[in-house]
Design a protein around this ligand. Sequence first.
Ligand SMILES: O=C(O)CCC(=O)C(=O)O
Ligand SMILES: [Fe+2]
Length: 288
Amino acid sequence: MSRIKVIPFSQNCGATVSGVQLSTLSEQQLHAVRNAFVQYGLLFFRDQSLSPEEHIQFAERCGSIVMNKFFRPVDGYPGIAEVRKEKNQKTNIGGGWHTDHSYDEVPAKGSILVARDLPVVGGDTHFANLCAAFDDLSLGLQKTLLSLRAVHSNRHLYGEGGYYSTTDLADQLSGSDSVGDAVHPMVIVHPESGRNALYVNPGHTIAIEGWSVDESKALLDYLYAHVAQEKYICKFDWQPGSVVYWDNRCTWHFAQNDYHGHARLMHRITLAGSRLSAAGHGDSLSGI
Ligand SMILES: O=C(O)CCC(=O)C(=O)O
Ligand SMILES: [Fe+2]
């Protein structure tokens, strides 16, 4: 059996894991994958051969599967969501920075995305590291953020009259009556790594609790520009056989929509998480 290798992907963002086939992971390899997931929060795998059944098996070894309420499931596999753009469609799923399911009271721990049908060029996915971005904020701003909570929602996206209902993806999405909101600390302590992570995202965070829309927008926009800096982000170019496993508590992602006229199909499994806790005040801060 080849040796598992975990190599950082960029300065602050992700790691490439090689020397494993996710369909036949030994217990020892699984342990190494789990540790890498806690350390990096974003794992890239190449040259995998993962059937839908094996995708489910791998996901169940990493956690428990949670359904997405809005995406169409893959035929015969209710636990796998289709992330599909047909060649005649203009809109894609996840086309702006976000993290999956932050609008849930108990948000998703991770997502495992498998490439099924790729455009010849384009369709990369971008990621950002919310722990590194938080650590680099000044101690003053870190302390302010520790005392705040933010409201997350999906109404503006999947609800009646929401963004997707006005697009050419409307017919393939459902659940407009299952929309809802949740309030989370703006800085969470990651349940496994113990690191602090900024927990707001442009896709789903609609306001800071107790702040006006304009006030919220000013601070959130500042934070979003901070996170989107080159040093915290990376870009993954999908190839046949690529699989990405990301942690929704400490990363953002967005799917680049630059392949009009070509189809792209990905299979996503989302893993259930636990209730998020606010980061502690005091000496866990590492501001400069
Ligand atoms: O298609 C992609 O690369 C990512 C889409 C997305 O946001 C997701 O699957 O959660
Ligand atoms: Fe997503």
